[in-house]
Write a new protein. Structure first.
Length: 542
């Protein structure tokens, strides 16, 4: 393993001052050979310093790490989430009518199909106004209360697929900051609002606190008995949902082999199903399945998730770039970077390998981003001319949903393509000088001004193209990224499916709450935290 990483690093060093543009100049087939098609998507990874030798070494890593064996183990229900002793089977949620998936000697698919059909039935009747509030009328608004994987996926997808909304309005509340739930509920009529409490564990403090606030809001307006009929739950914890007062027939359950950040394909996706309808939700599942089938069968560099992962490993672990930017040229994908932050960083942000030893290479990168073209007028300056290299992952659809605004979509495409072109080509000093000369500058002034107009270029990016942001396409994109995270995790030798790193902060927050409320003393805390607690209590307005 170390040897292959060393070889990759040596190869990167040997590339020296070589440029991406040279790779194109020396190979007119590069665009075709360094790109891949799958499930209606086209992934171009040619605008990087990946060359045949790098790809060969990266595939040696894939082999050495047993990525393909691990892939088979995952989809066949082996407990590859070793620290939690769980199988990892989000793919089963979209495997379709004929699949059989065994866990502990039992086929889990009848249960998956049964839950999907209950979700279908519920969404259909809710959308048709057959499931009614106890006082009559219709449920016109649905509030999904959840956080992390119980929020980011459905919230991202509901926004992404807004052209398909034809159901009740769907809202999301995640933060324990009371500002969010206050703002959301302020615009709603309690008599017409259904609340979904989405929590795999049904113990997450933010979600349970917000659910309680929603219950008080409803109870104030209609009494406790009626309020209870405004709730449903999405959870794996039957005991806790019952304790909280949600009847079993109002609970949509899923098994522990669905990780929180991989859960939008089942009950956690119910808000999306309510917004777009069950048929379109199934198209979303079908898009993901098309990507799963591709991931499981495509060979070598034709395998899109594999190549997206290898480009990731090349940039982070070999080239040492610390972050990657997700740049969808699609305003409706505004929440995709946040969704991918959890998917990638909660999965692969780990410093210890499966065997408990510390990694001697970097863990996954920082993932961040914003839609284009907005980002261009904010942080692209640093991407083009800052001292750090930031690999960019562009995304763009061939078509938008606004036929009357096709000219705007053409501008969007032109901007997206221009950015990856500019990052690669840059602008040299000779050209910058000529520009300044044209402006009438001479001497020192010309030199000084020209230096600011130089773009180093040679900055890597990949581009993902899709026909149009449909439910099918969105399903394929999300599954592509899920598999990318899986492959990167296997190459790093870590467990991508646990999240122990979020626990310590949760414990300390619980311990601090009584201190903040004045019920416990602050004197055992570190000096900084003590001072902050004191200052906060002083700073509180009367
Ligand atoms: O705090 C991390 C986390 O456990 C995530 O992994 C998960 O998606 C989120 O909290 C919410 O958990 P739950 O669905 O159990 O409320």
């Amino acid at each position: 393993m170390k040897v292959i990483f060393d070889d990759l690093k040596a190869h990167r060093k040997a590339q020296g001052k070589g440029r991406i543009t040279d790779l194109f100049a020396g190979d007119e087939t590069r665009a075709a050979r360094f790109s891949t098609k799958a499930a209606g998507l086209y992934f171009d990874w040619s605008k990087t310093m990946l060359d045949d030798k790098a790809v060969e070494l990266l595939f040696a890593l894939v082999k050495k790490r047993g990525v393909l064996e691990r892939r088979a183990a995952m989809v066949s229900g082996e407990k590859i989430n070793e620290t939690e002793e769980r199988a990892v089977l989000h793919t089963a949620l979209r495997a379709g009518a004929d699949a059989r998936v065994m866990v502990d000697g039992e086929d889990v698919m009848p249960g998956v199909r049964d839950t999907l059909s209950r979700m279908r039935d519920f969404a259909k009747r809710l959308r048709a106004g057959q499931i009614r509030p106890p006082a009559g009328g219709r449920f016109r608004d649905v509030v999904n209360i959840g956080i992390g994987g119980s929020d980011l996926g459905p919230a991202m997808a509901v926004q992404a697929l807004s052209p398909y909304h034809d159901g009740p309005r769907v809202h999301f509340v995640s933060n324990v900051d009371g500002a969010q739930i206050s703002d959301v509920l302020a615009g709603l009529n309690p008599a017409e609002t259904l609340v979904i409490v989405a929590s795999k564990t049904f113990t997450t403090i933010e979600t349970m606190t917000n659910a309680e606030t929603a219950r008080e809001w409803l109870t104030r307006n209609m009494g406790a008995e009626a309020a209870a009929l405004h709730f449903i739950a999405l959870s794996s914890n039957d005991e806790k949902t019952a304790e909280w007062g949600i009847a079993p027939e109002r609970v949509f359950g899923f098994e522990d082999w669905v990780g929180g950040r991989y859960s939008m394909w089942g009950p956690i996706g119910l808000a999306l199903m309510i917004a777009i309808g069950a048929d379109r939700f199934e198209q979303f599942l079908a898009g993901a399945k098309a990507m799963d089938d591709h991931f499981l069968t495509a060979e070598g560099r034709d395998n899109m998730p594999l190549m997206l992962a290898l480009a990731g490993v090349w940039h982070r672990q070999v080239c040492g770039y610390e972050t990657r930017a997700i740049l969808p040229y699609e305003q409706r994908l505004a929440r995709l970077p946040a969704y991918l932050q959890q998917l990638e960083m909660e999965s692969n942000g780990k410093r210890v390998a499966l065997d408990g030893r510390a990694l001697d290479y970097p863990s996954g990168p920082v993932v961040w981003g914003e839609p284009g073209t907005n980002g261009q007028h904010a942080f692209y300056q640093l991407i083009h001319q800052g001292t750090d290299v930031i690999p960019c992952e562009f995304m763009i659809g061939a078509d938008g949903h606004e036929p009357d605004l096709a000219h705007q979509h053409r501008l969007l495409i032109a901007n997206c393509l221009a950015q990856s072109q500019a990052l690669m080509q840059g602008r040299d000093m000779v050209t910058a000088r000529a520009l300044m000369k044209e402006k009438g500058l001479t001497g020192d002034a010309l030199e000084r001004q020209a230096a600011h107009r130089v773009f180093e270029g040679n900055r890597p990016s990949t581009t993902l193209l899709y026909p149009k942001l449909t439910p099918h396409v969105l399903g394929a994109i999300v599954a592509l990224y899920e598999h990318r995270v899986f492959v990167e995790g296997v190459i790093l030798g870590i467990n991508s499916f646990d999240q122990w790193g979020v626990e310590l902060g949760k414990e300390l927050a619980l311990a601090l709450e009584p201190v903040v409320s004045g019920a416990a003393k602050a004197d055992k805390l570190d000096g900084s935290t003590q001072a902050l607690v004191a200052e906060l209590s002083r700073a509180k307005p009367e």
